[in-house]
Design a protein around this ligand. Structure first.
Ligand code: ADP
Ligand code: ASP
Ligand code: MG
Length: 814
């Protein structure tokens, strides 16, 4: 004999019921079968909803009832298209009874637990009847047995306790004489010794099947549902979750107790003692192997078997100096909760006994507060303890595994993973058996927590980065293209999965928590919502994805002003925008501090020398204990372009214009030609070398004519270039006479920084610098004579994008 159970989705439509029937038909060829069924998917919820409406004198209960009727009649018509009068009549009369019951509730304005059980029992009674009749209509050897005649409970309505002695005997007696091959029994429903209708608790059809399986000592219990087994974590929350092949009874029990809805927790107990394995299977994919719950669980080394969560938790905390060392407080606290039938889900108590913290269902919190404050009224009045502190909107997440006790550092890993992702832990509990480590966190963080923990314990191999890119001009576009192109390589070789979760230009923005499809991002962006800097931030924050990184590919002041906000949400910042790093020293320091405090990287390699690894190298030198003595550098692609092309055969104005047209200068060329841009860069290098400098401290000797320096507008400025051609030719002539090249040089020496045009003699490393190349020479304690030199293209969209990309990868590798 075999016992199978099919859940709500499995019997949720005529199509699915046909799948169930074909599975049963197949099985019954070799064995006789007992099949427990749930109510048609969603019906239990609807029955309760109709009951609530009726109780509240809300006529909407009629609409809900109508939809319940329609669902059942439609299923009957589809399953038994011909000669279904008798079945329709029976279903109709049950639904009439249901209607009378609801009208009664409406009339008296009350829905007791007892009536509620009667109400929900219609779901399983109807589904089991319809399925059995369908099978009979197809000449299968099938019949229904009402489990209310078999399962006897106490009168603890909505979650009654089974009297196993009587129940087992009833089941054994009935099945000893059964004639049909397939017996359909309604799950979830039962009767009290007094003959009242009771139920076994929400999700209780699993339990019904286990009770029958244990009473008959069958070889195997199969629970058929809508997923392919018990997963490493809730598959609806974590896409990467996968079915666990084998798991022990204890682990399955812990996971289900802590929220893995796929199995109703009491289900394990009856079969555990008899060693009957539970096989969880998917009705929609019967070929998949599913999960086996047993004692023969193959001993894998994996310490963590699964992660689960319970939502809608409240924490209540009783604390006060009067509790220390005085016995009896906990006893009274627990007694009070027990009297109010409030279920305790988690307990933590500091060893100082100064406080006890308990996790309960959120719906019980007001009752808990009222009753506990009453019980401790005197102590509260005497200031020995505080009134009960309550906090709602929480969830519990739990790591489960029999083997955790044999591995060190699991809880450390769990909490540091959560901490790294800015998930605040409100309370912690770890059973002495160490099969379970649980943490109470805010409900809004659950999805992120499950995903990061799953990544940590089950997919250690790839790290997911979620990037939010603002600014998709030349550089931004290249960056998106590089991410798209390198995705596969990164996954395979670096185990990094970069997803672009948000994109914005100045007009539009788009988001996708699973990562945008990058094949046509431009079109999607055109159709996006109206962009705003704050809106972009809020979306990134609310998506609450792990390893989130904000990438600033603008040169915008307001964007740079938002970095602190991002960092405070533990969202990393990668910027090619120089404004923040070269702003006031206090602000630079603040961003560095926030980055450390919130564990959110702040990287800006492209602020100096585009894609050249200048800042990273400098950071590595400092981190390894080296000290910078001086830096000599040529850091402006635009000024290099200008002075590499300007000579006595050209005009300074034409060259500057050409540099602008080719994208080498900012739209306002004065930013480059005044030396401000280079000053910012040397300032950043000085700060990264550990010096406390501001932009005003950088000595800047202009090479522009006085009129050029004083110009009020870009047009004015260009006019001065024409008018002052002789000034610029003189600069060139002097350099030529000295057999030198003009280079715009930044220097940091003895804590002082300066920028300015210099004549570089032949033989100097700067002399032969071509095109837009940059060069940096670091003289340090370890490189005192021969500097460490970094040289290469220091401007251009491609190399800047690859510098940003490198910063993102650095975060991924960390
Ligand atoms: P049934 O109606 O078949 O009894 P349930 O809805 O009660 O099905 O349970 C199956 C559901 O449990 C899945 O669809 C899934 O959303 C949820 N679930 C939560 N945690 C897990 C888990 N760890 N493994 C599998 N399913 C889970
Ligand atoms: N129909 C009941 C419920 O939805 C029992 C079950 O499906 O297991 O809770
Ligand atoms: Mg269920």
């Amino acid at each position: 004999m075999k016992v199978l159970k099919f859940g709500g989705t499995s019997v949720g439509s005529a199509k699915n019921i046909n799948k169930v029937i074909s599975i049963l038909e197949n099985y019954s060829k070799s064995d006789s079968i007992i099949c427990t069924v749930s109510a048609v998917g969603g019906i239990t919820d609807k029955l309760l909803l109709a009951g609530k409406y009726a109780q509240n004198k809300d006529k909407q209960f009629k609409d809900v009832l109508e939809s319940i009727e329609e669902t059942h009649f439609n299923i009957v018509n589809e399953l038994i298209p011909n000669n279904n009068d008798a079945v329709m009549a029976f279903v109709g009369s049950r639904l009439d009874e249901l209607k009378s019951l609801l009208e009664g509730i409406f009339l008296i304005n009350e829905l007791s637990p007892k009536t509620s059980d009667k109400l929900v029992s219609f779901g399983e009674l109807l589904s089991s009847y319809i399925i059995a009749e369908t099978m009979k209509s197809r000449d299968l050897s099938a019949d229904r047995k009402n489990s209310q005649d078999l399962i006897v409970t106490n009168s603890n309505f909505t979650k009654a306790e089974v009297d196993f002695a009587i129940t087992n005997k009833n089941i054994q007696d009935y099945f000893a004489a059964v004639v049909q091959r397939i017996t359909i029994i309604p799950g979830f429903v039962s009767k009290s010794a007094l003959g009242e209708i009771t139920t076994l608790g929400r999700g209780g059809s699993d339990f019904t099947a286990a009770i029958v399986a244990a009473a008959l000592k069958v070889d195997q219990l199969e629970i058929w549902t809508d997923v392919s087994g018990m997963y490493t974590t809730n598959p609806k929350q974590v896409k990467q979750a996968y079915p666990i092949k084998e798991i022990s009874y204890q682990e399955a029990m812990e996971l289900s107790h802590f929220g893995a809805k796929v199995l109703y927790p009491p289900t394990v107990q009856p079969v555990l003692d008899l060693n009957i394995p539970i096989h969880i299977k998917n009705t929609m994919a019967p070929e998949e192997s599913g999960t086996i719950i047993s004692n023969n669980e193959e001993k894998t080394n994996a310490p963590v078997k699964g992660i689960s969560n319970i939502d809608d938790i409240a924490l209540i905390t009783l604390q006060g100096s009067g509790m220390v060392g005085i016995p009896g407080f906990s006893k009274r606290l627990f007694e009070t909760l027990s009297q109010e039938k409030i279920n305790i889900i988690l307990i933590t108590q500091a060893s100082s006994e100064h406080s006890i913290c308990i996790g309960i269902d959120e719906k019980d919190v007001e009752m808990a507060k009222a009753s506990i404050d009453t019980v401790f009224e005197n102590e509260i009045a005497l200031n020995k303890i505080d009134p009960l502190i309550t906090e709602s909107g929480l969830s519990i997440i739990a790591l489960v595994g029999d083997n955790m006790k044999n591995h060190q550092g699991i809880s450390g890993k769990m909490f540091s993973t959560l901490g790294r992702n800015n998930i605040n832990i409100r309370a912690i509990a770890q059973g002495a058996s160490e099969k379970n480590i649980s943490a109470v966190i805010s409900k809004k963080d659950v999805k992120k927590a499950l995903n990061t923990l799953h990544e940590q314990f089950f997919e250690i191999k790839t790290k997911q980065l979620n990037v939010f890119i603002t600014g998709v001009g030349n550089v931004g576009q290249k960056l998106v293209e590089q991410i798209k192109q390198q995705n596969k390589y990164l996954k395979e070789n670096l185990k990094i999965n970069i997803r672009v979760a948000g994109l914005s230009n100045s007009r539009k923005m788009i988001f996708n928590e699973s990562g945008l499809d990058l094949s046509n991002w431009q079109e999607q962006l055109e159709k996006g919502q109206t962009a705003s800097l704050q809106g972009f931030f809020e979306n990134a924050r609310d998506l609450n994805l792990r390893n989130s990184i904000f990438v600033d590919v603008t040169a915008n002041y307001d964007v740079a002003n938002l970095y602190a906000q991002y960092l405070r949400e533990s969202i990393g910042v990668v910027a090619c925008n120089k404004i923040a790093c070269s702003s006031d020293f206090e602000n630079y320091k603040l961003l560095k501090r926030l980055s450390l405090k919130y564990n959110a990287p702040y990287l800006f390699e492209t602020n100096v020398g585009a894609g050249l690894p200048i800042i990273d190298t400098l950071n590595n030198l400092i981190a390894s204990g080296d000290k910078v003595k001086s830096i000599h550098a040529v850091l402006s692609g635009s000024l290099n372009f200008v002075f590499n092309n300007f000579d006595d055969t050209t005009k300074f104005y034409d060259i500057v214009k050409q540099a602008g047209a080719e994208g080498y200068t900012e739209p306002d060329p004065r930013i480059d030609l005044s030396g401000v841009d280079v000053a910012r860069k040397i300032l950043i290098l000085a700060r990264e070398s550990g010096m406390q400098l501001n932009l005003e401290d950088i000595e800047n000797t202009p090479f522009l004519s006085q009129a050029g320096v004083d110009s009020d507008s870009v047009d004015d400025f260009y006019q001065t270039l024409i008018a002052d051609e002789a000034h610029y030719q003189a600069l060139f002539a002097s350099a030529k006479a000295n057999k030198s090249q003009l280079k715009y040089v930044a220097t940091l020496n003895n804590g002082k920084a300066s920028v300015g045009l210099q004549e570089i003699p032949e033989g100097h490393p700067f002399y032969n610098l071509k095109g837009s190349d940059n060069i940096v020479m670091f003289y340090t304690e370890r490189y005192p004579e021969q500097p460490m030199i970094i040289k290469g293209a220091g401007a251009g969209a491609d190399v800047t994008a690859s510098g940003l990309f490198a910063d993102i990868i650095r975060i991924g590798n960390n």
